[in-house]
Design a protein. Structure first.
Lengths: 208, 208, 208, 208
DNA sequence: CATGAATGAGGGTTCATTCAT
DNA sequence: AATGAATGAACCCTCATTCAT
């Protein structure tokens, strides 16, 4: 891919995440990417197709997770959950801007193409995690749980944290814009919390 | 408050939730509310102040929860958690449009006034739930948990479900626009899931 | 109708006639009419609807002709043809800009609405003239002629003259921009020519 | 001339006739001709020069008529008129797209070069026909007529018919896009009409 | 000789807001 | 108190053209 194209995508990602799709003008993007205004139409056709290209470009960021997990056939179900959490949290924090776009800005897009792409991403995530839970249940390690809502709790917790950055900066007394420190403090906490939460949830025998 | 004012606020809520703040024009709102275009500036000053008015108007929707809980001093900590979940899920589903605005559209607003309002709402929610957990811990009923992230899991789970309506319609095989059936099926499931999740999480002794 | 609206229509007529629809920008029109650019959308909705409004506004300019003719029931068929020519030539020269738009610019418009309006105008003209010819034939004054093509000759001759202004300025050695002199010289010539042409054409017995 | 050059001219003619000069973009032309966008500037210099090239390329289409007529010195003046009509109608219908461009799209072009070319074409047509009429008058076969306006009636009638295709399709009940049938029906009618019209007009003694 | 990449200018339209009434 | 008219700014997109390769 050409440098400019990638540069535009980067700028679009930053601005869409920060100001939303409707709140970002193609002038903003062109200005941020330091390219001519007409280049956006030239490369992508339209503002909406630019978004679609961005989604396609970044959507693979969670795709590799399940394959990484599949490699380790020796892991126990709980070890798999732990690894799943490690992988997901890392991936999402490494792609926090795109994750922000997907979770907060895509839902209002009215384009059917965008809606379809988003549904696919969510569905894929759901299926990936379901597989692991079902596997644990087959091995009699996990109890009976609501599969979809358990997934919702995992994803929802991560999303909640990433979308309320300002709040957690305040809670942890971290000065703004020191993102490195923020991540260093928060990520381990988040991983530990999710692992504990799921360990308790999945092992608990709800019928006793 | 005059009828027209309330009517405008209702329309704004519907449209902001559906299309976002930037995606909704004052013409849309005026058209939907069947009022003159100039009325919006006339009553509220500006589009942004209209949003602020809307937030102020609706923000109290969770305020009553903690007071309701405080009445029942006889409840056990787990019963309080259960009741908290019941109250939150009901409140959020009854105010799903405003909840959608708060969780997905407000975060991108650049106005400091709006940001402050939003932070207050989130902070208030956090504090409300923290109180109950701390109370349970004092009574040696709840184990040691990450307070803030436990709250994030509760709120995140609910938000995840409400913001992925389309996905859950598909999962539960409910025909679109039959919102009544959707709520009837999903709300009990969600409450049960959250109660189980928290019961396990809070009672589990993570140090053993 | 408001002054501004009429002013915009006038400017649009002048510019469309001179430069065509595609060759005229709404900025041109706004500048010529000395109104704000957004007024065009405000009053007419779009550039194309402005054209449609212009057509509707001016289309009646030939409508009155047949009624004027109908009043004089005493006229002979040839006198009616003569009067028809007088009326048409006068009307078209008095509305030369709009006539120019209809004959040279509307045919390429791709909008179905515009196409329909144009077809109606042409069809009306055709029917008006046909009535008179048929009446003359019934009275055994006119011979058998191809009705539609006879009308085409009348309209085509006038259009040819109006659309080749520059050529006829040269032929008659009239300095440019002296439109008054041009009309004074050309109109009588054109009327006489058409009357002679039709007198010969309609009275000639083509079967002998 | 290279194949590509000719191909571009063909595409330009088709599109200019259909959508006008301003309504056709060089992208349209490049796309229709299946050549690179930059080729058009490369070969012709600019869009306007492309039009000039097209005119030059096609303008000779009426030039041969007078020469063909000149060959037959044996013909009577009326036979010459008849032949003139046959030749003109055929030529115009065989070059209907270019004729359309000349009569409806060139008049609005503001370029002096284009205006000059167009004036030359019209002037040439005028002179060609004048010669024949003058010859007939010298031979005391034709009466006194307005030369220029007689030519205007000939050209105007043909143009009127070709520019109102849709109308005549409707009148003759011919299904759209069956151009072959349309031509087969209309051309003989038009020739006959014009011959009758001119025979009557030219032979009629307007002073008696 | 031919072309993909790039650009400045301008296209039509919609925006939130204001102002005279 | 309420509104139709009006506006300047900004929107996204396409234009004809150029230039390095």
């Amino acid at each position: 891919m050409s440098d400019k194209r990638a540069h535009i995508l980067d700028s679009a990602e930053i601005l869409f995440a920060e100001k939303g799709f409707d709140g970002t003008s193609v002038r903003d993007i062109a200005g941020h990417a330091n390219v001519n205004l007409a280049m956006i139409s030239y490369y992508f056709g339209s503002k909406e197709k630019l978004l679609a290209s961005l989604i396609e470009h970044r959507a693979g960021y969670t795709r590799g997770i399940i394959e990484e997990l599949a490699k380790d056939e020796s892991l126990t179900p709980f070890e798999k959950i732990d690894k799943l959490i490690d992988l997901y949290v890392d991936k999402i924090f490494n792609n926090s801007r795109f994750h922000c776009i997907v979770t907060t800005h895509l839902p209002t897009m009215q384009s059917d193409e965008i809606k379809g792409m988003m549904a696919d991403i969510k569905f894929m995530n759901l299926e990936q995690i379901k597989k692991i839970i079902i596997d644990g249940q087959k091995k009699k390690v996990f109890g009976k749980v609501d599969m979809e809502l358990t997934v919702a709790s995992i994803m929802g917790t991560i999303t909640q944290v990433t979308s309320s950055k300002a709040l957690y900066y305040r809670i942890f007394n971290i000065e703004k814009s020191n993102e490195e420190l923020y991540n260093k403090k928060l990520i381990p906490k988040l991983k530990t919390h999710l692992k504990q939460l799921l360990r308790a949830h999945l092992s608990f025998n709800h019928h006793e």
